[in-house]
Design a protein around this ligand. Structure first.
Ligand code: BGC
Length: 770
């Protein structure tokens, strides 16, 4: 753990000194995004020390040629990645002709703040370049109102001289991915143009042998200054376009430029119209003016917070953590575009290639269900429905029936090359179906199953039916050769979580087919499921093998787990953690250490099927072996810890999930933020501390309060009812802000909620201290 910024503020991330040693970490933390595009917190001006310049556009990806040691049949052909794209924030600054390089200048004062309430990144610093002192103030935002627009205002005040300031705003699409497999560039230049106060670059992703879509992007800039330039020249060459603006400055005077950039792509427009379209945006926005454009953007953020904010009283670290998580999650995805999804690093880095993982369904969907309009969650389901044909092809490639959704994808094709992940982590298929259950159960929109969901449910059931085998000796169905969510154990037999999920998917498919038959005989069987197939699914699900240990009275993670050498994490000598940075892969795989929730993931998904005692026994057994080296892990453990009244552990794990990046718990945030696990803090508060459960079409709460919090509150959107939940040391208040009543269970008692209910908080005397 390493907290870089320890000036803690509830709404802001504050950096009060320039960071040289951990600049990449600072860049990750200060990332900005608006769902359409985003970037790491790089500086506008020159910085010649270590830095990872990164700017990414949602849905633009490139199939990089794969690298594997020894090719095997069925391997994915390419490794998909979001290409690092045009650097459009660049503004070089010269003071009397000398470049301002923050790595070389004397930086006397430095302050940077990410204002999460308003979605604005600002910087202020004093720099001394050969005796000439300036004070710079820089503001940047990516408009949430006008998605294709980014704006920067750069102001310079001369503190001790008269002279000139030169601003060189530029666009540069000669950008490479750090993780390019063969150090190749993914962009080719199409055209560049420049003129006084304007410039654009157009670049296209290289043709590729895999026949995936080629994308063209256009970045177009328009510059405004606060006074007439002394000189204004421009230049463009391959990949690059710049303006050069020289402004006279007197001591104590401030000069400034505003750089508006519109980014248009062939995802939304015809290639021939990219420049024209971006010009339209620039014209509209520059006419509106900086203040209006900024206000529109801030208002849009404020509106999001009105429904989504979680307030924590008495714990500023926890408060900052949850807001940071929601801020970065919404910066990556707010559901406006069903073609997009949520990459594990969002727009903040290259690891995981920006592709879609099971993370979306398992971790992010519940948050969007709770805080955003239902269409946002529906779009996430539609994304997978649109890729069903490819999932069917994917199963076929492996010699299996039905649909196997990829572990890593952009267009529905598997595009990652680690065998144990792509071929073995088939549990992800269950999460795609679980998401349909979760969505329909939460929203009440069962029409979705009729319209689209049933296609996915049926094809996934077919997959499981072909992936199991009958063990004749025991007369039970088994699933061998898988990797469960715990990636620190590969090629295991009968991973309980996978088997349980497969069993559930088969039953869920049968129940839905039966329901559809009752509801609407006409449309039910577009997937041609016959009686025999249904019977087979029922037979498999009723005879699925689920490893269990009678003596310990626990679920067994997989067949061999209990035969391992069982050492608890607390007994590991110092310096071993994180294992993935200190141990060989071989040692990790043989060990008992669990990367992330596995058995517990199943108990979380099917929380209504297991008693509190069962959860406690399994939690107490597995948690001591869990290293939580996947950022997805702590939230699930925190939720179960709350349920079993281990509030001390729940709080510890909440902090780990909410401040994972701010405190760099896993020592890898310099690669980018853990965007998909940003949902974990919300889950830990709403489903953990507040005990919200929505199984079986009912809404339940069982709020608890960590001891060092004075209270917390949040809003929840449930079946078109907007509810506000407030918890403090005395009581629990739930207000219904819509005009129809709703049934709610609180601590097991049923209430008809018209307006509001206030009941005393139930304090379990056995609670541990937080
Ligand atoms: C986790 C996976 C996850 C992936 C992307 C891995 O470290 O083990 O469960 O899907 O990261 O977040």
């Amino acid at each position: 753990m390493r907290r870089l910024f320890d000036n803690i503020n509830e709404w802001k991330i504050i950096q009060d000194k320039i960071e040289f040693d951990e600049n990449r970490l600072a860049e990750s933390i200060m990332s900005l995004g608006n769902g359409y595009m985003g970037m790491r917190g790089n500086y506008e001006e020159t910085y010649t020390n270590d830095s990872h310049r990164g700017s990414y556009i949602g849905g633009i990806w490139y199939p990089d040629k794969t690298r594997v040691g020894w090719w095997k049949n069925g391997y994915p052909n390419y490794f998909g990645k979001v290409p690092n794209s045009v650097n459009y924030i660049g503004i070089d600054v010269y003071i009397n002709g000398e470049i301002l390089d923050l790595a070389k200048a004397k930086v006397i004062d430095f302050y940077r703040e990410l204002d999460m309430k308003n979605g604005v990144l600002t910087r202020k610093f004093v720099a001394d370049v050969n005796g000439k002192k300036i004070e710079a103030s820089v503001t940047r935002f990516l408009s949430v109102k006008t998605k294709e627009l980014g704006v920067i205002k750069y102001e310079v005040k001369a503190l001790n001289f008269d002279g000139e300031i030169t601003f060189t705003p530029y666009l540069d699409s000669d950008v490479k991915n750090e993780d390019s497999n063969y150090e190749e560039a993914f962009w080719v230049n199409v055209s560049t143009e420049s003129s006084e106060k304007y410039g654009n670059v157009v670049a296209r992703t290289k043709d590729n042998p895999f026949n995936t879509e080629v994308f063209t992007i256009c970045a177009n800039m328009s510059i405004k200054t606060n006074k007439e330039p002394k000189e204004n020249t421009y230049m463009n060459k391959e990949y690059y376009s710049e303006n050069k603006i020289v402004l006279d400055i007197k001591k104590d005077e401030t000069v400034s430029i505003e750089k508006y950039v519109a980014i248009t792509t062939t995802r939304d427009h015809n290639e021939a119209h990219l420049i024209e379209k971006s010009e339209e945006i620039l014209n509209d926005q520059t006419i509106k003016g900086y203040e209006t454009v900024l206000n529109e953007h801030m208002n849009a953020w404020n509106k999001r917070w009105e429904s989504a904010d979680i307030k924590i009283e008495g714990d500023t670290l926890a408060q900052q953590g949850i807001r940071y998580n929601l801020f970065q999650l919404f910066s990556t995805y707010y559901g406006e575009d069903a073609r997009l999804n949520i990459g594990p690093k969002g727009f903040t880095g290259e690891k995981y290639g920006g592709a879609t993982y099971w993370d979306t369904e398992a971790y992010c969907l519940p948050v969007y269900l709770g805080v955003a309009p239902k269409e946002v969650s529906r779009n996430l389901l539609v994304y997978r429905h649109n890729q069903l044909d490819k999932a069917i092809e994917n199963a076929k490639k492996l010699g299996l029936n039905g649909a196997l959704y990829p572990m890593v994808t952009f267009n529905g094709e598997e595009c990652h090359n680690e065998w144990e992940i792509t071929f073995e982590e088939i549990h992800r298929n269950g999460s795609i179906v679980y998401a349909i259950y979760n969505y329909t159960n939460y929203t009440g929109d069962f029409e979705y199953i009729k319209e689209k969901g049933i296609d996915v449910i049926v094809e996934v059931a077919r997959f499981w039916a072909s992936r199991v085998h009958l063990n004749k000796r025991r007369n039970l169905y088994m699933i061998h050769g898988v990797t469960g969510p715990n990636e620190y154990d590969n090629n295991v037999n009968n991973n309980w979580y996978t088997n349980y999920l497969a069993k559930w998917c088969l039953e869920y498919a049968v129940n839905n087919i039966k329901w559809l038959e009752k509801e609407n005989i006409q449309s039910v069987n577009r997937n041609n499921v016959d009686k025999k197939e249904l019977e087979n699914w029922l037979k498999i699900s009723s005879k699925m093998y689920l490893p269990y240990d009678e003596e310990l009275d626990i679920i067994v993670q997989h067949d061999d787990f209990l035969d391992k050498e069982l050492i608890k994490v607390k007994d590991l000598p110092k310096g071993n953690l994180p294992l993935n940075q200190n141990w060989s892969w071989d040692k990790i795989l043989r060990s008992c250490f669990i990367k992330q929730a596995d058995v517990l993931q199943g108990m979380y998904y099917f929380g209504n099927k297991f008693s509190k005692e069962e959860k406690k026994r399994n939690f107490d057994f597995y948690e001591p072996y869990t290293v939580h080296e996947s950022s997805l892990s702590p939230s699930i453990y925190s939720i179960i810890a709350c349920e079993i009244d281990n509030l001390e552990k729940a709080y510890e794990l909440y902090s780990r999930t909410a401040r994972l990046d701010l405190d760099n718990y896993n020592n890898d945030t310099e690669d980018g933020l853990h965007i998909t696990s940003m949902s974990g803090a919300w889950l830990s508060i709403v489903q953990g501390f507040a005990g919200m459960q929505t199984f079986e079409q009912s809404l339940k709460f069982a709020p608890k309060l960590p001891q060092n919090w004075d209270g917390y509150s949040f809003n929840i959107n449930y079946r078109d009812n907007l509810l506000k939940v407030e918890v403090n040391k005395e009581d629990v208040k739930i207000s219904n802000m819509s005009n129809k009543s709703i049934n709610v269970s609180i601590y097991g008692e049923e209430y008809k909620l018209e307006d509001k209910i206030v009941i005393p908080i139930e304090v379990n005397k056995n609670l541990c201290n937080a």
